[in-house]
Design a protein around this ligand. Structure first.
Ligand code: SAH
Length: 368
């Protein structure tokens, strides 16, 4: 059997593993055993799983695999932020970023190779889209980061929070995302608290509704503009799911839990979305939604025409929101020197969407 055609057990959440062992006629406790090896002990070699019977190990070796994305490059910023590049298949790479703070460590992971959404201010968008990540490739980023941070025991080098804010739109990779989220939450796997796992979306409304029924995690919505005309330009997905529909979905998402809120991300683009009038429109737009606002200083990358708002403009914008009753924080830019800041993750994408022709003039004689 072709090795990559074998079932990768890292693609299975706890329930699916249970079913897998049941089909083999194995006892249910095998699930807890193997999950402990993989996720708690960091063992992904069947021979190292000493409490599995020889017969079972041989069977697993011949019929399944434990395949992780490989780290090919590590960069450490002078603020301690660490970025890893993973090689997935030749020509494709994704990135994850670890952001240490005094009392927590956040790992920002990718969900797709590239992105199809084409947001005008995002570096990933420039690269087009190749494919969805598998469940194993999503959770494999956490597994690898954990190992490289020394098993995750030392203070601020420990991963305490996961955000799906790297490359890609997680809710457009729903099928593989859900088991990955379940593994993040499950005690026998990574065991993160439900408020410590955040899915960030540009606003895929139907998937937001499904998510709230399927798994209990936090949600961040990339809003970036308070009115449709401007949002259509910045986040083209808005043409499909305009602000009214998006806000209605946000309200439904938090409706069953009074303690829940949605984090709205708003990238600060000088002269584009940062006026006093836009701050007031944003207050209007978020009326009735349990919200926190994250203002993100725009991080620049080569070949775009945007600039970050000035510090005084961002402060003024934040103050207007604050006075309007909105809990607002300005996100600190981290890891800029290694291109690890929000929107700078580019990895390596063999674009299959052919959208790059919109941005890059083909050279003479080259086919577009
Ligand atoms: N597709 C998802 C998750 C990936 S983007 C989403 O849209 O939410 C993660 C966050 O980084 C989003 O809020 C995105 O809008 C923001 N971002 C993208 N490009 C940026 C840039 N150049 N500067 C600052 N933030 C950016």
């Amino acid at each position: 059997m072709n090795a990559s055609a074998k079932l990768n057990l890292l693609d299975l959440d706890q329930q699916a593993l249970k079913e897998f062992f049941a089909q083999l006629g194995e006892k249910p406790f095998r699930t807890a055993q193997i999950m402990r090896w993989i996720y708690h002990q960091g063992v992904v070699d069947y021979d190292g799983m000493s409490d599995l019977s020889n017969k079972l190990r041989e069977h697993l070796k011949s019929e399944t695999r434990l395949a992780l994305p490989e780290v090919t490059h590590e960069q450490i910023s002078n603020d301690g932020t660490t970025k890893w590049l993973f090689d997935l298949d030749s020509g494709n790479g994704i990135e994850s970023v670890f952001i240490p703070e005094t009392s927590r460590g956040t790992l920002c992971i990718s969900s797709q190779i590239g992105c199809a959404l084409d947001c005008s201010f995002c570096a990933t968008a420039r690269q087009g889209f190749n494919r969805n990540l598998s469940t194993a490739e999503i959770v494999g980023q956490i597994w690898q980061a954990n190992q490289r941070l020394g098993g995750g025991v030392a203070g601020s080098r420990r991963i305490t929070n996961i955000v799906l804010m790297g490359m890609g739109e997680p809710l457009l990779n729903y099928k593989n995302l859900i088991p990955a989220l379940k593994l993040m939450l499950h005690d026998q796997a990574f065991g993160f608290g439900k408020r410590r796992v955040t899915v960030s979306t540009a606003g895929v409304v139907p998937a937001m509704d499904r998510l709230k029924d399927d798994v209990d995690v936090s949600l961040a919505v990339s809003l970036h503009a308070p009115v449709d005309e401007l949002r259509d330009e910045l986040v083209p997905l808005n043409k499909k799911y305009p602000i009214d529909e998006l806000m209605a979905a946000c309200k439904r998402f938090v409706a069953t839990d009074r303690k829940k809120h949605i984090t709205f991300e708003y990238v600060m683009l000088a002269g584009v979305n940062d006026s006093d009038a836009e701050a007031r429109a944003l207050i209007q737009c978020l009326r009735g939604v349990s919200a926190k606002i994250n203002l993100i200083p725009f991080n620049t990358f080569e070949g775009n025409g945007y600039h970050c708002s000035s510090q005084s403009r961002m402060d003024r914008f934040r103050d207007i929101l604050y006075k309007g009753g909105l809990h607002t924080v300005t996100r600190k830019t981290r890891g800029e020197d290694i291109d690890a800041a929000c929107g700078q993750l580019a990895g390596k994408v063999a674009d299959r969407s052919r959208r790059e022709v919109k941005f890059v003039q083909p050279r003479f004689g080259e086919q577009s």
